[in-house]
Design a protein around this ligand. Structure first.
Ligand SMILES: Cc1ncc(COP(=O)(O)O)c(C=O)c1O
Length: 404
């Protein structure tokens, strides 16, 4: 027999690794005694360690005797009920009218994927998905992977949301286009529309028959108050009665990064439509993963169904968001005291885990090579990577780098 001269994989080309995961890998391999990871958006405590929320510890204790059977296709029923009430509010009309279809999903990313697949079924290929520019690096590929064309619209200026461009894009998009909104703590800009601005956005979305997907990865962590952070979602679904999708993640809000626990929820106009949507979600889940993983869902349900653990969790949210606020303030104060050239007010004004510092890629690289401070190439920093023992060092290194 002759030698085989071809490969079935000849057409497969090398795909570069994801930039942020690669940055963490490089950081972990860095042997420097003093190094700081401001890349990946995960919460760290004051000592730079991952934080297992006390509420999550208590919930895990409660579920430790659970069995290992399959969950239903749509996920743990108590999780779906409680997570839906959490997002829309306990007294929500859309819940009472049974107009919410939901399924458990593999964290926020999995929820976006299910939402995209569902919308491809419902709308077909000739719809466009609009995402913000800048946006979370995964949005484009999640929606392209299910077959949609993806376009970007200018979202932010150095001083806030670029409302003019935002409203113009809504006005110019074809009816039934899909818009991905960040429900709170826009990643990476940190700028969110105010409630008044959400109202303006909502009225155009309604008038022009656009479909909003709310990517809700940071609810509760943005202001420390879950209900407040859910304003835009509730306003669209309840106040102005729109059909929407919500892609919810518990990675950040409960620190359940590795458990991959999220919810994909669709609000429909009628109960009958919601039943049809939910049956389709069940089919999508069945052929993709058959049924979702149980551990994270059990933890979330155990937190939300117990009054005391739920109250503890609300305190944990406040702890995380206030530590983030404190670190924003400290970095701002250090840079201002040093007289470092740059617009640092943004550290105080932007919301959530991230801030784009406005450094050049060359300065970002210098901080990494010279001082072992790691951040995304866009100079987006993850604020929880800062703590009292490194914030001064980070400020001084930024100062030296900018003055170079
Ligand atoms: C805007 C945004 N959406 C969704 C996610 C999804 O995260 P996960 O899949 O870990 O829940 C993230 C995570 O960084 C994010 O920043």
């Amino acid at each position: 027999m002759g030698a085989i001269s071809f490969s079935f994989f000849d057409t497969v080309t090398y795909t570069p690794p994801d930039a942020i995961f690669e940055l963490t890998k490089t950081y972990n391999a860095d042997l420097a005694a003093r190094k700081v990871n401001l890349g990946q958006g995960t919460y760290k405590d004051e000592n730079g360690n991952p934080w297992i929320l006390p509420a999550v510890r208590a919930a895990k204790e409660k579920i430790k005797e659970s069995n290992h059977e399959y969950l239903p296709i749509l996920g743990l029923p108590s999780f779906r009920v409680l997570a839906t009430e959490l997002v829309f509010g306990k007294d929500s009309a859309v819940i009472q009218e049974k107009r919410v279809a939901s399924c458990q999903a593999l964290s926020g990313t999995g929820a976006l994927h299910v939402a995209g697949t569902m919308l491809m079924r419902a709308f077909g290929r000739d719809r466009t998905v609009y995402i913000t520019n800048p946006s979370w690096s995964n949005h484009r590929q999640v929606f392209e992977s299910v077959g949609f064309g993806v376009k970007e619209f200018n979202y932010s200026l150095s001083g806030g949301v670029d409302m003019q461009s935002f409203l113009q894009s809504l006005n110019e998009a074809a009816p039934k286009s899909i818009f991905v909104f960040h429900a709170s703590a826009h990643n990476p800009s940190g700028w969110d529309p105010s409630p008044e601005q959400w109202k303006q956005i909502g009225s155009i979305v309604k008038e022009r028959q656009l479909f909003p997907i709310f990517d809700a990865a940071y609810l509760g962590l943005t202001s420390g108050d879950y209900d407040r952070d859910a304003f835009a979602i509730r306003y669209f679904a309840e106040e102005i009665g729109l059909e929407i999708a919500v892609c919810l993640s518990f990675a950040k809000s409960m620190g359940l990064y590795g458990e991959r626990i999220g919810l994909c929820a669709f609000v429909s106009r009628t109960r009958t439509l919601a039943t049809a949507v939910e049956s389709t979600l069940a089919q999508l889940i069945r052929f993709e993963i058959s049924n979702p993983p149980a551990f994270g869902a059990r933890i979330v349900a155990a937190v939300l169904e117990d009054v005391d653990i739920d109250a503890e969790w609300r305190r944990n949210l406040a702890t995380m968001s206030s530590r983030i606020a404190e670190m924003r303030l400290q970095l701002y104060q250090e840079l201002t005291e040093l007289g470092t050239p740059g617009d640092w007010k943004r550290l105080m004004e932007q919301k959530g885990m991230f801030c784009i510092l406005g450094l050049t890629p060359d300065q970002v690289q210098h901080l990494q090579n010279e001082y072992h401070i790691y951040m995304a190439e866009s100079s987006r920093i993850s604020i929880p990577g800062l703590n009292r023992s490194n914030v001064r060092y980070v400020a001084e290194c930024i100062h030296q780098t900018v003055k170079r």
